[in-house]
Design a protein around this ligand. Structure first.
Ligand code: GDP
Length: 296
């Protein structure tokens, strides 16, 4: 179910409840079941949906609500709060400051949009007066360096990488050191997204992270991966200290559920979303407006 459809289903469920003359347990349950179905169809993890349902029922105790209370409003507010809570891990992610060079490492599976997102992130900050730089530490995929180089050149962002060197840790360290010397204030390290074995990929992430000591690790996830989102995000979080999430491909057939699962698995906020292939199709992610839009 795409985001707009999810929003539509939730608003319909709320509308149906609003149309009921009396809001009793049965009407509330019907509404919550409708919302549960919509969230599950949008690939929100079952466990999260169940938790949300329990929480709403705890907040909305129909018997305890004194007469005169606007029950519909209370229920709508509870749904809004719960959806916001699911997307807000409670602590903001590290935010780079211009006064001190920051290293930001990107991780994610091949095809997730990681390389594209690295450039978008660099470009976004460049437009705000930063001096970003890109380091290609993906030595596994042939063509990774060319892709980053091409993107970086287009955006006039300095880049570092090598066709010959096979050690990603060495390249990452060299790139970070070089750009620190050149007074770049935002050094972005793109890493490999695939390996012969998954274990080797996660070990490589760990080594690159240990050697470059990033201020922030961003996990990039394709919004269309569905129910696999939670496990994938958790696997990365277990190897490196993921501190923020970027969800890509929110245009087209994007599903909303992955975002909720990635936040739950990494306990990190979504900071941006990718909304297209172009460099500027990139938006700051803000929980409340996002949920408001979702609820229509
Ligand atoms: P990587 O293997 O994770 O580095 O992924 P790439 O950056 O090479 O991206 C894989 C494909 O997804 C490319 O064709 C990108 O143009 C495309 N892509 C990346 N982000 C987005 C997005 O937000 N929306 C759309 N529609 N396509 C995207």
């Amino acid at each position: 179910m795409v985001l707009a459809e999810l929003g539509g289903s939730i608003s319909r469920a709320l509308q149906q409840m609003s149309n009921a003359t009396i809001i009793d347990e049965k009407v509330l349950n019907e509404c919550l079941n409708e919302i549960t179905r919509a969230l599950l169809q949008s690939d929100v993890q079952f466990k999260l949906v169940r938790e949300m349902q329990t929480n709403i029922k705890k907040i909305v105790n129909l018997d305890d609500l004194a007469a005169g209370h606007n029950k519909r409003k209370i229920i709508q507010q509870a749904i809004f709060t719960e959806l916001c809570k699911m997307l807000d891990p409670g602590k903001p992610s590290f935010t780079p400051k211009k006064s001190k060079p920051s290293v930001v490492m990107f991780v994610g599976l091949q095809g997730s949009g990681k390389t594209t997102t690295c450039t978008k992130y660099a470009y976004y900050h460049q437009k705000k007066g930063w001096k970003p730089a890109l380091v290609c530490a993906d030595t596994f995929r042939a063509g990774a360096f060319d892709q980053l180089k091409q993107n970086a050149t287009k955006a006039k962002i300095p880049f570092y990488g090598s066709y010959m060197e096979s050690d990603p840790v060495k390249i990452a360290v060299e790139g970070v050191e070089r750009f620190k010397k050149e007074n770049c204030d935002l050094i972005i390290v793109d890493t490999s997204g695939r390996h012969k074995q998954e274990v080797a990929l996660f070990e490589e992430m760990r080594q690159v992270s240990e050697a470059t000591k990033p201020d922030l690790v961003i996990f990039v996830m394709d919004s269309s991966i569905g129910q696999a989102a939670f496990d994938q995000a958790q696997a990365f979080k277990q190897s490196v200290a993921v501190g923020a999430v970027i969800i890509t491909k929110m245009d087209g057939h994007a599903k909303g559920g992955g975002a909720l699962s990635a936040v739950a698995a990494t306990k990190s906020p979504v900071i941006f979303i990718g909304t297209g292939e172009h460099m500027d199709e990139f938006e700051v992610f803000d929980v409340k407006p996002f949920v408001s839009r979702l609820l229509g």
